[in-house]
Ligand binder design. Sequence first.
Ligand SMILES: [Zn+2]
Length: 288
Amino acid sequence: VPQSPHLAFAHNPLDRAANHRSDETWVAEKFKHSGSRHIRLNDDKTFVTNGQIVSFAPADDCESIFLGLDEDGVAWFASATNEEAGLTGLRALAMAGTVTTEHLGILAQARSLLHWHGHHGYCANCGVKTVAQDAGYRRHCAACGTDHFPRTDPVIIIAVQHRSRTLLGRQTVWPTGMYSTLAGFMEPGETIEDAARREVFEESGIRVGDITFHSNQPWPFPSSLMIGLTGVALNDDIVVDTNELETARWFEKPEVETMLNHTHPDGLTAPLPMAIAHHLIRATLQLS
Ligand SMILES: [Zn+2]
């Protein structure tokens, strides 16, 4: 399934030029070049004006990450800032469609990398302060020689169906009336299918048989990769784990359609097209 153009953070156009990242001279030349873009983020917030990510002068005193080259060959760099005023969150940008889908992809890359640097400044092996290398794609510990690499956390997210119905749940913290697909972090040593079957059974008591990959989405809060699946349920008697979910139930197709379109008579909703859950739920309307 091709990625929907509405899917946020999934359309990063940059050529990461990974073969150049360990070449300090090449990186320094790009860094100082007057045409290069230098964006700044404070956690998951950045500066946007008139639909454009704001570019700043390069700052020599901060750790900058090389993001890549855009279609015009322009180099993009990102650095962290502590500034509080005038920034907009990435979720808000994605929901409002303020910046292009390509720029959302660049921001996702920047946010996840900067978050990793901000939280992994010391060697997990020996505790000594580490130094960024390869233009931000490695941190090296000079004391024990260990290299540390940026992490991506895989999350399975699955729309389960049973005949004409779709399984949706909701968490207490979500907006009133919103339902979505079940999801959870993968654990070490699991296949994608194992993780999906475990999460669905834990949260809802439903056993899943056949599983099909649908699409995927970087989710930079802070560094997840949503692996989108559809699955077929083997039973339909739901047992909700109330530690994980407020509730879960089966929805017939016409009701699911009104939730996706935000026309449900009781105000029930499903996620917006910026989120992969929207497209997974929509896919179950076409199945069987
Ligand atoms: Zn070390």
